[in-house]
Design a protein around this ligand. Sequence first.
Ligand code: SF4
Length: 256
Amino acid sequence: MTGAPRRTRRKVLRPRSVRGVKPYTPDEVYDLLEDYYGVPTRRQRLDGMSELVWTILSQHTSDVNAERAFAALSDRYETWEDVLHAPEADLAETIRSGGLANQKAPRIQQALGSVRERTGGFDISFLETMPLEEAKAWLRAMPGVGPKTAGVVLSFSMGQPAMAVDTHIYRVSKRLALIGPKVTANEAHDVLEQAIAPERVLNLHVYLITHGRRVCKAQRPLCHACPLSERCPERPRHVREDDPRVPTATLSHKPL
Ligand code: SF4
């Protein structure tokens, strides 16, 4: 017998109907959010090792702070070997602007040490052509590298169709019933990745994260302004039909 066991399949399957609403398919969500936000401009692609370090720096902080910390790191050290062997306190001081520096400094050195040990250097570009599942497993075998970090490195740096799921994407996907109600955050990476064509994975990541930050916020989602409200199963929970709040037309959205 092949394929996932029936119970597992049932758990990850997208519901066909939730409280009488037929949820959008992932492709419909993609198309509607593309119309709403426009096609995203890609940030500059980093090499794999830089992307991995950048992703660690970006944990629990804004992209601006992560970029500041990454720039400070690049100014202070010439090579990854220098970063690996730097006194931990010096490294932490250098990346202070990225927040949680005392935790991120050892995490960065562990990642560098692991890559050095497994490859003899710091070039992980071979992951670009490795089968996706193997590439994910290779990265996830490193200390402190989970599915989200692996997904970011593989999608943004390597051009692999890997989905990275953060708290925003997980929340929006659940609300829209793109994933089943029992799917965990760790499982959501693989479930969403398989729900859409490979060439759409990266932009879907960008659309969902943007939507979670700007409209489908954790506490008070702006359902009035949401282009997905017509068939969102969660909408009735957050808005009353006679709610006079926030006329949709007055809300604007910045293109990506
Ligand atoms: S309708 Fe509301 S809950 Fe549904 S995706 Fe839009 S903002 Fe989120």
